[in-house]
Design a binder for this molecule. Structure first.
Ligand SMILES: Nc1ncnc2c1ncn2[C@@H]1O[C@H](COP(=O)(O)OP(=O)(O)OP(=O)(O)O)[C@@H](O)[C@H]1O
Ligand SMILES: [Mg+2]
Length: 192
C-alpha cells in the first residue's frame, strides 16, 4: 500500500498527486524495483484515459512519483452510491477499454484492474495504479506472453470483484423490466 498526497507544484503552480513509497517499504529492494517499474510503465503510456506521470525521484530515502492530479472519485466509491446509468457505464467502459488497448499495444498488462484503480472525472475515466503491471515486449509470441501472465488462481488484490449489473432495456429504451425476452410489448426487441 502506497501513500498518495494532493500537493502543489510551486514552480508550475499546478495541483499534482504525489505517490510515495514509505521509508519502511523503501528498504525492500523488490518493492523499490516495482515502484521504479511503475514509473517507467506510466511514462511509456501517453493516453487521455491513463493518469500521466510528471516526475519521479527520491529524497531522504523516500521514493516518489509526481502524477497528474485526477479530480473526481474512484469507481469503487461511486458504486457504493448505486449502479451507473447504462449510458455512463458504457461510456466509461469504452474509455477504460481504450486505455487498456493502448497499454496492450505497448506490451503492458495492468493486472490490477478494479474499481479502486479507476477514477471518474468530469472529462471521463482515468486508469490509475500500474504498480503490478508487467511488461511484455510488443510482438512477443503467444507462448512468451503466457509466461508473463499470472497463474490462474493467484490473488493479486484483497478486494472482492464487483459485479456490475446492467439493467435490461429493450432497444426502444422501454424502462419497464420485461420478464420475458423479447419485451412483452412484442414490438420491442432486446438490446444485444
Ligand atoms: N493521480 C491521482 N490523482 C488523484 N487521486 C489519486 C491519484 N492516484 C491515486 N489517487 C488516489 O489514491 C488511491 C490509491 O492510489 P493507487 O491505487 O495508485 O495506490 P495503491 O492502491 O495504494 O497502490 P498499490 O495497490 O500499487 O500498492 C486511489 O484509489 C485514488 O483514490
Ligand atoms: Mg490501487
Amino acid at each position: 500500500m502506497r501513500e498518495v498526497y494532493r500537493a502543489l507544484d510551486k514552480r508550475l503552480e499546478r495541483t499534482v498527486a504525489v505517490k510515495v513509497l514509505p521509508v519502511e517499504v523503501s528498504a525492500n529492494a523488490e518493492r523499490k524495483q516495482r515502484f521504479a517499474r511503475e514509473a517507467r510503465t506510466i511514462s511509456a503510456l501517453n493516453h487521455p484515459n491513463i493518469c500521466a506521470l510528471y516526475d519521479v525521484g527520491s529524497q531522504d530515502g523516500i521514493e516518489y512519483l509526481v502524477l497528474e492530479y485526477v479530480e473526481g472519485e474512484t469507481l469503487g466509491k461511486r458504486l457504493e452510491k448505486g449502479l451507473l446509468p447504462t449510458e455512463v457505464l458504457l461510456r466509461h467502459g469504452i474509455e477504460i477499454a481504450d486505455a487498456l488497448e493502448k497499454a496492450h499495444r505497448n506490451g503492458v498488462i495492468h493486472r490490477d484492474l478494479k474499481p479502486a484503480n479507476i477514477m471518474l472525472t468530469k472529462s471521463g475515466a482515468k486508469l490509475l495504479d500500474f504498480g503490478l503491471a508487467k511488461w511484455n515486449a510488443a510482438g512477443a509470441s503467444e507462448e512468451e506472453t503466457l509466461k508473463t501472465l499470472t497463474r490462474g488462481g493467484t490473488k493479486l488484490t484483497n478486494e472482492e470483484p464487483h459485479s456490475i449489473r446492467v439493467p435490461f432495456r429493450c432497444e426502444r429504451g422501454c424502462r419497464d423490466r420485461p420478464r420475458r425476452n423479447p419485451c412483452p410489448s412484442r414490438a420491442h426487441r432486446p438490446w444485444r
